[in-house]
Ligand binder design. Structure first.
Ligand code: GLU
Length: 494
């Protein structure tokens, strides 16, 4: 068999997700064990949502976990560029091939028409999807529309009946009816490819032998296989991994569990422990050992032994494992060194010192005043939120709205945070002093502390999100019903 090549293909549209690291780990282990190559490809075709900050954070987090790649945008390789935004010309050439073969077609339907079909399909309880309207256009009509500069997309044709049948390495035969598959848009009206098209073209050109990815992509696989067939290409082996789940079995989501790798790093977990924990998701060592390094996992690895029951990502178990690593793997000197590097990085210290210096009289005041910079969740209770005018419910609302607003911030800078909170306080018609009160308690544990805006900036969104959610819970929480009302109110805010 030719060389084993696997890949992780993150879209840089948000925080580095533990789910990405989990899939990366299994790809990494498989490639390493088979003497193959592991590739990192950035799927940034969504121009509006992709950011260089997110790309940087994702690469940085995977590196931190030790999941290094052989080819990627930062280190190059024989099959580059490894960033899809730099491969437009390649996609253009490839879509031309499919246009020539008449496997794809130009679709000029307006968004109004598409909305109309969707509504009608919904009413008639039919499978939603494109109705094939533009398949019937004559060559003359197409030329006419193109000359007139009418915006259009390119869609793929698909079989009208029958099933798509394929083999999944973990699931065996998978059968999906073509009636459930849409005539997928491959090139958008901005001339950029969609995920489906760029992903298949790149997997082929980068000679990916095994596509190991999350189970949410199973229903897309028929489209992908169809593209391989249209190009006359040999498809890779597909392997869809079970999704990580919250303890209540729902799909892992940041509403219920911290999902950003940045959070686990900021909380002071060891990368070895987090990587080990991710390795326990659906996989177990033949020896039954729970503590293992990713190198040990690689040695014993057998992809077909991954179990399909949705693995539960449970921070309690991770805490236990991390504690074990701290006790068993770090000498006292190593503990001191690792703790120092985590707590007192020069970057963090440079930001904290000016805040503390203004307020302390002796070094012995530092821990009391600035200890919250080195903590995880704070030890607060309802009494800490006692306030002369703001009741618990209003404080929970302030925290929830602040959280939603801060999550939308593209640039995590002091001024942006301040403007965001100031404008929210105005919209809620609260005095800024009152508005900031629950934030002070949530973020620093006290009603009076160093500037809460600066503290939020220094601590970062991952820790702030966790503390604000913790504070909301301490304040009595927000029920599902209240959350719906709050969401509506939040949307209507100016
Ligand atoms: N860009 C896709 C993602 O963000 C990749 C999915 C795949 O592996 O095919 O998950």
């Amino acid at each position: 068999m030719s060389q084993i090549r696997t890949r992780i293909a993150p879209s840089p549209t948000g925080d580095p997700h533990v789910g990405t690291a989990y899939i990366a780990l299994f790809n990494w282990c498989f490639a390493r064990q088979q003497g193959g190559k592991f590739i990192l490809r950035v799927e940034d075709t969504d121009q509006h949502r992709s950011t260089t900050q997110s790309e940087h954070d994702i690469l940085n987090s995977l590196n931190w976990l030790g999941l290094t790649w052989d080819e990627g945008p930062d280190c190059g390789g024989d099959f580059g560029p490894y960033r899809q935004s730099q491969r437009s010309e390649i996609y253009r050439q490839h879509i031309d091939q499919l246009l020539d073969k008449q496997k794809v077609f130009r679709c000029f339907c307006s968004s109004e028409r598409l909305d109309q079909i969707r509504q009608q399909q919904q009413q008639e309880k039919l499978q939603p999807g494109y109705d094939g309207h533009c398949l019937g256009l004559s060559d003359e009509e197409i030329v006419e529309k193109l000359t007139a500069g009418e915006p259009h997309v390119i869609r793929m044709t698909k079989p009208e009946s029958g099933d798509c049948v394929f083999d999944d390495l973990l699931r065996g035969e998978v059968r999906i009816s073509w009636s459930q598959v849409d005539m997928q848009v491959l090139i958008k009206s901005d001339d950029l490819p969609t995920y489906h098209f760029a992903n298949v073209v790149d997997d082929h050109l980068m000679q990916i032998s095994h596509v190991i990815r999350g189970e949410e992509w199973i229903n897309s696989t028929p489209k992908h296989l169809l593209l391989y067939a249209y190009f006359d290409w040999q498809p890779p082996v597909f392997c869809h991994m079970p999704l990580l789940r919250n303890p209540d079995k729902s799909k892992l989501s940041k509403r219920k569990n911290p999902t950003s790798i940045g959070y686990y790093r900021a909380m002071g977990y060891l990368p070895q422990a987090l990587a080990n924990y991710l390795g326990m998701m659906g996989w177990s060592m033949p020896s039954g050992d729970e503590k293992f390094s990713i190198e040990e996992m690689t040695e014993a690895f057998d992809l077909t032994r991954v179990s399909l029951g949705g693995p539960i990502f449970d921070t309690e178990k991770l805490d236990w494992l991390n504690g074990k690593y701290i006790r068993e793997d770090l000498s006292d000197a190593q503990f001191a060194e690792r703790y120092g590097a985590w707590a007192f990085s020069s970057d963090k210290v440079a930001k904290i010192v000016p805040l503390l210096k203004q307020r302390v009289e002796r070094f012995s005041d530092v821990a009391g005043l600035g200890g919250f910079f080195l903590s995880g969740l704070l030890d607060i209770d309802m009494d800490d939120f006692a306030h002369k005018t703001l009741d618990a419910q209003l404080q929970a609302k302030i925290l929830q709205f602040s959280l939603w607003r801060l999550e939308q911030l593209q640039h995590w800078q002091r001024d942006n945070i301040e403007d965001t909170l100031q404008s929210l306080s105005n919209s809620l018609q609260l005095k800024i002093r009152d508005f900031l009160f629950p934030l002070f308690v949530a973020i620093s544990g006290k009603a009076v502390s160093t500037s809460v805006i600066e503290s939020i900036q220094i601590l970062g969104m991952d820790i702030c999100r966790a503390r604000m959610r913790h504070a909301i819970a301490v304040l009595g929480g927000i029920s599902k019903k209240q959350a719906k009302l709050l969401e509506r109110e939040f949307r209507d805010l100016s």
